[in-house]
Design a protein around this ligand. Sequence first.
Ligand code: PMP
Length: 429
Amino acid sequence: MIYKRSSALFNEAKKYIPGGVNSPVRAFNAVGGDPIFVKKAKGAYLYDEDDNKLIDYISSWGPMILGHAHPAVVKAIVERTKDGTSFGIPTALETEIAKLAVSMVPGIDKIRFVNSGTEACMSAVRLARGYTKKDKIIKFAGCYHGHSDSFLIQAGSGAVTFGEPNSPGVTKGTAKDTLLAHYNNLESVEKLVEENKGDIACIIIEPVAGNMGCILPKKGFLEGLRQICDNNEILLVFDEVMTGFRLAPGGVQELLGVEADIVTFGKVVGGGLPVGAFAGKSDIMNHLSPDGPVYQAGTLSGNPLAMAAGYTMLKELNNNREIFESLDKKTAYLHEGMAKVLNDANIDHQINRIGSMISIHFCKDPVMDFETAAHGNNPKFKTYFHGMLDRGVYMPPSAFESYFLNDALSYEDIDHTVNALSEFVHELK
Ligand code: PMP
């Protein structure tokens, strides 16, 4: 494939935008080469500035679960635009989407909308601290909850891809209140709780992790966290920015049957526009301003275009719940196809999958936490990424990311993907 125009655009972008991108993982630093620049997207495909057509496995990092430029979502945005794009005054639509979200997600009474997943998680933690009147939080190595200061302690995703899991600019004072546990390791959590008795406001976790590749919680792990929280008056915060409205209508809480105290959302909930949200029972949510003392606000929060896109997306998913099963089957088909090619060629690999989230690590041992995931961050991954891209398949440009399948993807697209892998699998030896 030719990427001449993309490369020229990237060189121009670098003059005016740090690193040429507005979010680090878009650059190809981890895999080498210049990023592609997208001109448009429709359904399962991206069309880049050099007029290459690519099968898209990142779906805007999650939001485009129905495929790009879905007709109902596009129509809702266009129609809503005609009546004004921002008021800073309440609209009826905000209550409609809130009502729908509350009906789809287990265990929540109220939800507040913000503009990004970062804002959602940052606000959730402030609320947990305000509610419990405690300062410290526990997070897990390799989990990413956005770029707010408290979370840039051994974070996953771009933070680790670019070698800065602990970002400069985060003060020691902030860092000391973030305690670090290990994913799938209850003992590491128990130890921290014991050492910091009475000081921990919340445990925040990606209940299925997607920022070190896709990592599933071991049986009993989330239940164990729930128990630890209940025993110690700690709030459990599920960061469902990736998994919410994707793995099931009610996210991981519904899929795996464990309830959190506060849940955060992003990505799918905005239908491709900048939206995040956090939700919980009234008892907790009523601590938010203006009812309660915990301050949180946003000029563009509940923006009418964003709410129109999000509401239409949630309605489509709620009214067509077979989509979740369809996505699961397509992802399982991809899993089987890729596993067969890699097994036949004797390539060490680990494929983790749940619903429409999947990732491949080129390593021998099971990938279940940050340490084991890091074994997959190797030259083979780079070969794999470029081998796929050269054959028209756009995978995440980092071993520390999950793929997000969208329902516009056809079985023929998946066959093409598996065939692409078989063409260069010998290079992964
Ligand atoms: N939480 C999780 C689990 C995420 O994956 C992300 C982003 N990938 C965020 C929070 C932050 O969301 P945003 O990029 O919208 O700020």
